[in-house]
Structures are given as C-alpha cells and as structure tokens.
Design a protein around this ligand. Sequence first.
Ligand code: NG6
Ligand code: CA
Length: 505
Amino acid sequence: MSYRTVFFGLLISILFSCNEKQKEDSSELARPNIVIIYFDDLGYGDVSAYESGTLSTPNLDRLVNGGVKFTNGYASSATCTPSRYALLTGVYPWRNQNAKILPGTAPLLIDTAQYTLPKMLQDQGYQTGIVGKWHLGLGSGSVDWNKKISPGPNEVGFDYSYILAATQDRVPTVYIENGNVVNLDPNDPIEVSYEENFPGEPTALTHPELVEMKWHHGHNNSIVNGVPRIGFMKGGEAAKWSDVDMADHFLEKAKEFVDQGSKLDQPFFLYYALQQPHVPRTPHPRFVGTSGMGPRGDAIVEADWMVGEFMDHLEEMGILGNTLIVLSSDNGPVLNDGYYDDAVEKIGDHTPAGPLRGGKYSLFEAGTRVPFAVYWKGKIEPKTSSALVTQIDLMASLGTLVGAENFGQDSENLLDVFLGKTDRGRDEFVLEATSRTAFRKGNWVMIPPYSGPAVQNQVNIELGNSPEYQLYNLAEDLSQERNLAESNPEKLQEMIKRFEQIRGI
Ligand code: NG6
Ligand code: CA
C-alpha cells in the first residue's frame, strides 16, 4: 500500500467520521416540549421563592427553586399587551406605537406577516397552542363575533387557540376556540361596543343593584355574573364564561392540549396564559379565604394550585423530563386595579413587589422586574442567577435550542443563561411603561424626565414620572431611593447617549 493510499484512506475515514459525528449531533439536537406559563400582574414578591412573605406558593416554588431562578428577569413592559407583543415577536414594544392596553374590539396587533415565536417553533416541527389570555387584538377592524373571528392567534403561529379575547374585566366575556365563540347560540347573537351601550341593556350605572363586585374606577359598563366590566356587550348568554370556574377551565384545556400533543410524533409548545391575579379576582369557592388576603391572595393560591396540577400531569404522563418550562408574568403587581375587593385592606405584611419600587404601570423596577424561572427536570441544575434577562430574549434563546435561525430583531440569544450554564446575560435593556421608556445598562437605570403625575392615585402606584432625569445604581440601591443624576453627571450622560442611540431619538 502506498503512502498515498494510506493518506487518502485516512482522510476519507476522518471525513466520514466527522460526518457521522455531525449526524449524531443534529439527531441529538434537543427538541423538548416547551411551555410558557405566563401570569397576569403577578409581582416579584408574590412568589414565596422570591420573597419569603405571608403568601405561600409551594408549587411555584417547586418550579422556581428547581430551575434557574432569575432575580433580574424582566417583562418588556409594565402592562399586558406590549409585554405579550414582545414575548411573541422578539421585538421591543415601543417600536410599535399601537402596542398599548387594547380594548376588546381592537384589531390584531401582530402583523400576520411578522415572524413570531410560535411560527418559529412550527417551522422546527412543533405543534403550537395557546390557552388563556390573549389581549393582542382580533380581526382586522370590525369583528363579527358570530362568525369565525380572523385573523387571530391561529394566523400568527398557533395551531390551536383557546382564549379570552382581552382581559377578564373586558367584554366580550366568552371563550374563543380557534376563532369561534364557544357555546354560541345563533339565535342569541353577540354584539360588542366600547363606544356606547346597547339600548335597554343594564350597566353598573343604570342598575347598581345587579352589581356584586363594586367598581372603584372604570369598570362600570355591562354587568356579567354580577361583575361590572369595561365595554358593552349584548346577547351571547349561553356563551358567557363562569368567572369562578375559569382557572379549572383553562387547566382542563391546557391538559387536553398536552394530551393531544403527546400523541403526535412531534414536540409541542404551549403558551399557557393564566388570568390571575388580574382583576376581577374571582377564585373558585374552594379557594376563597385560603390566603387570608382576600380575593387577590386567594387567586394566587388558586393559580399556584393550577401550576402544581399541570406539572403533576406532565409527570404522570412521563414527559416532565422532556419539557422545558418558563414561568413569568406580564407586568408587576397592583392592588386596587378598579374594584373594591379588599386587596388593599387585607394585604397585611405581604409585599407583592418585594423590595422593588413602583408596581404595574410604573417605570420603576416593580413595573417590569417579575418572577422569571426556567425549569427542565434533569437537564437544568437548580440555581439563582442575577443575569439580566428579558422575555424578548426567549425567541432567540429557545430558537437556538431547537435549531432555528430567524429571530425577532431585539431578541438576544441567551440560551446558556436560561439553561443556567453562565451568568452573562444582556448588557442593556430599554424597558417600557404606558408608552414611556427607561434604560437599564449594567446595574444602572436611567429614567428620562416625563410630565404626568408622580403617583397614579386610583391605583396608588408611583409611575416614575419626574421633571428631572433619574439615575439609580441598583447594585447599591435596589429600591431606587437615591437619585444619582446630579452627583454622577458622567454616568448620566453615558446612559442618555446610549439610550437615545437605541431609541433612535
Ligand atoms: C386599565 C384598567 C385595569 C386593567 C388594565 C389592563 C381601568 C380604569 N383600568 O385600563 O383595570 O384592566 O387596563 O391591565 O379601566 S393589563 O394587565 O391587561 O395591562
Ligand atoms: Ca397584566
């Protein structure tokens, strides 16, 4: 045998073995089931794994303490619609000026041509589904609720959808499955308006005697199940949801999706968007009184139980070890968000925002810094991470995990951070609250001057508005008590410059 033959023989066998290796790697490419459990208005301190307070959330703790618990994990906005928009698109919400709290009649906010997290997972062979709160608009202008409603979640990447259209306090108070109102009686058509009432229909103002949950601000239009809502609705009697059964109902639908999904020869992605503890807080009677904090605490106990049931279900099906679960919330906490429900009166020592300043609607930390954990039994070592991560980054990170290459423009691949392998997160982040933005870089936060009240009195939350620039060093001052803008002008200028560069101002 000549040297040449030996050389080529070796070369071929090396190339061949490389090829084999590549094959092995790609067949090993992890494609776990993915579940995002997304709370509505759950605060940083509402999970006992974050803040050992009065409220006990053993099932959330099991997930948070069993995975990577992020202490610098952010929603993209201090309100719902913009946060959900960013989660599903990987794009900052302030790039889309329509990304604001939407009425129940708003058109679909996400362009159907836009690449999204669920579309990305579909492209990687996933069966995708959403169960729970949508709040990203439906249809393209004027929806006829009695026909198939489209476009909606199914047109932006979900194979299956079982949703409430906007919020629990907004009409229409019906479930919508794949674009069709569930249990709709064609002889009792639904009409919805956010402009005016339908003649003769009772509202909280005309018929206060029908109201069982008193409104504090807003929430005085149509009354459904004794709860006055935002917006006017007529008809659809048989289709109206039962508020106290909502948690059980969504749990059932989430389990059904998982059961169907696990029969298929493909992984599933479930976006499980819980309605708790957003108003109106309507825990099932078996949870009433369990927290000692009134309906807000009881709704969290109920949601905690749901998460436990859901995880047990995955375990019983033998798929928990093959399912990556993300737990987070769309924005920070609020006590009185428009109803008299004892949330303020019964709060006791509980601190929904933990050590953070502000709350829902606020540019201060409690608006956007939320419970954020990634759990994958047997694959992720439990740890606490102070890395800066945001929900915008889930698209690129989960995408990288499953072999995708196209992500939303602002999504950063932090896969190794989410898997707990490193603590090197994002460097910087533009956060948003009711169309205002602020900037975090490293441990610093800069809030530009904004007109508007310092405190939103109805909800009693500091919004972060000030005529002056604000600059905080979170490493030393987590609760943002010392404004360093004057004493550290260099840092302030550096922050303003970078912020304006990103914002394109
Ligand atoms: C506000 C509502 C509030 C809540 C919020 C949306 C009033 C006075 N307040 O406009 O109750 O529904 O919108 O919350 O109507 S979110 O979590 O979906 O962003
Ligand atoms: Ca919310």
